[in-house]
Design a protein around this ligand. Structure first.
Ligand code: ARG
Length: 490
């Protein structure tokens, strides 16, 4: 964490309501800011020791410390502008927060479950450091709008980071697709050889999934980037706060429109986790194919050694651990989506303590997604295609049967009749263990007189893929054009 942060520098644009108001107009109360229990004046009994630990969130929400500090800087700047804090108080808050930020960065900050969460820990330390001004910071604010603000700030930076890794993976796919634009492989439906395709085309299918994944995150960001601060506990505040100003300072697009909604709903987090689940589902499909293709049975690709491990007992093994693990982690992220949906389900307005349970699934979703994308972005450039094996696999399985049917249609036969004729030719191929291109002209003509010597052009794998030239087709030139326009869009 760097200080002065960009945010503190930006606060210089905002004046204090009364630059002379540097005295401390309120008497220092001997209140509770540094006592163990937040609302202790109200309580006659100390919190049960187990309950204290059970209800605390500081172990996991401390990772939002910088967001919490940024929110406080913006809030203090605004309180000063409307005359609630003096310039001196505001500046001493800035200084205290700066020190706290440094303590946290250096690992010197003493986190305590007695202060329940990140917000209370920082506020208590601030009051320790600067006294009265620290106690004024929470004016017109509640932890309810504070936590909602922190989560949104946190998610905003996570989403930006995730979008960057997606773009890196997309770039790796484009480079590989370019190398493999003319590589022929079998295309599958039902995991049975269906029609020949190019490997570049297959790689571009993965690229397209990531295009939509990125769009979903960008769209989610629009709803994440709205500021709850000012909603206070639930009903807003009686102070003449300037929410436009805090929103501007924190880089939010606008203040939220309803205070009850702002402190309670976590739909934006659910939306992010849903987008993340879709990305992980895509990565799991990607993983599954890599695992299959790296097997001796397919033998289409070589995964880089650095992304595989050996077996402790079988010396010959090279296991595709990274794709397998990513495939497994997709379940974990979808689990988090379900957790968050169930967390929110049936909650009455407004804030409920249930919502403290949003953070662990959310953080783990962001971490898991980031790591999986990173692993893929690092691995893809080092995958080698075994082109001959791919080609030979495409030759098995009568991949050009549809091309033969289309050929007959072009010669005037109805498609259903052509389907029938080719079926008979395939049966002969099966019985004699030959591909359609290996049948003789006389044999083929036995099925239809319309067949002439030019049939062998369409029965070749190269001819088959080259003929699919329309937008979205698998022809090498079409794939190259798709890569070209994808590069421009990236
Ligand atoms: N630790 C709490 C959370 O994560 C912060 C908000 C607590 N607000 C309250 N009124 N108890 O949601």
């Amino acid at each position: 964490m760097k200080f002065p942060s960009k945010l503190v520098l930006r606060t210089k644009n905002y004046q204090c309501y009364n630059e002379q108001l540097n005295s401390q107009p309120y008497p220092m109360l001997m209140t509770t800011a540094n006592k163990d229990k937040l609302s202790s004046a109200r309580f006659s009994e100390a919190t049960d020791a187990f309950v204290e630990v059970f209800t605390a969130s500081v172990d996991f929400d401390q990772r939002m410390a910088q967001q919490d500090i940024d929110g406080s800087i913006a809030h203090a700047t605004m309180l000063c502008k409307i005359g609630i804090l003096s310039a001196q108080e505001r500046d001493s808050i800035f200084q205290g927060l700066q020190q706290i930020s440094e303590e946290i960065a250096n690992g010197d900050f003493q986190w305590s479950v007695k202060q329940e969460d990140v917000h209370m820990n920082i506020e208590a330390r601030l009051t320790d450091l600067i006294g009265m001004a620290g106690k004024k910071l929470h004016t017109g604010r509640s932890r309810n709008d504070q936590v909602a603000t922190d989560i949104r700030l946190y998610m905003r930076s996570e989403i930006h980071a995730i979008i960057k890794v997606i773009a890196r993976l997309q770039l790796a796919l484009l480079d590989m697709a370019e190398q493999e634009a003319g590589t022929i492989m079998p295309g599958f439906t039902h995991l049975q050889v269906a029609q020949p395709i190019t490997f570049g085309h297959h790689l571009m299918a993965w690229f397209e999934m990531l295009v939509r994944d990125k769009e979903r995150l960008q769209d989610c960001l629009k709803r994440v980037n709205i500021m709850p601060l000012g909603a206070a506990a639930l009903a807003g505040t009686s102070y003449p706060i300037d929410r436009e100003m805090t929103a501007e300072l924190l880089g939010f697009s606008r203040p939220s429109a309803n205070s009850l909604d702002s402190v309670s709903d976590r739909d934006f987090a659910i939306e992010f986790t849903a987008s993340a689940s879709i990305i992980m589902m895509h990565l799991s499909r990607f993983s599954e194919e890599l695992v299959l293709w790296a097997s001796a049975q397919f033998d289409f690709i070589e995964l880089p050694d650095a992304f595989c491990t050996g077996s402790s007992i079988m010396p010959q093994k090279k296991n595709p651990d990274v794709p397998e693990l990513v495939r497994g982690k997709s379940g974990r992220v979808t689990g988090h989506l379900v957790s968050l949906l169930m967390l929110m389900k049936s909650q009455p307005l407004a804030y409920n303590k249930d919502n403290q349970e949003d953070k662990e699934p959310l953080f783990d979703t962001a971490d898991t997604l980031n790591n999986c994308l990173r692993a893929f972005a690092d691995m893809v450039p080092h995958i080698t295609a075994k082109r001959d094996n791919m080609f030979n696999a495409a030759k098995k399985g009568f991949a050009t049967a549809t091309d033969l049917a289309d050929y007959l249609v072009r010669k005037g036969m109805a498609f259903r009749d052509a389907h029938e004729v080719v079926g008979l030719a395939v049966r002969l191929g099966l019985e004699s263990e030959r591909d359609l291109s290996e049948l003789s002209l006389a044999e083929l003509q036995g099925f239809s007189e319309m067949i002439t010597a030019d049939v062998f052009d369409v029965l070749s794998l190269q001819g088959s893929v080259a003929s699919r030239q329309h937008i979205g087709g698998t022809a090498p030139n079409t794939v190259r054009a798709a890569i070209q326009s994808a590069r421009l869009a990236l």
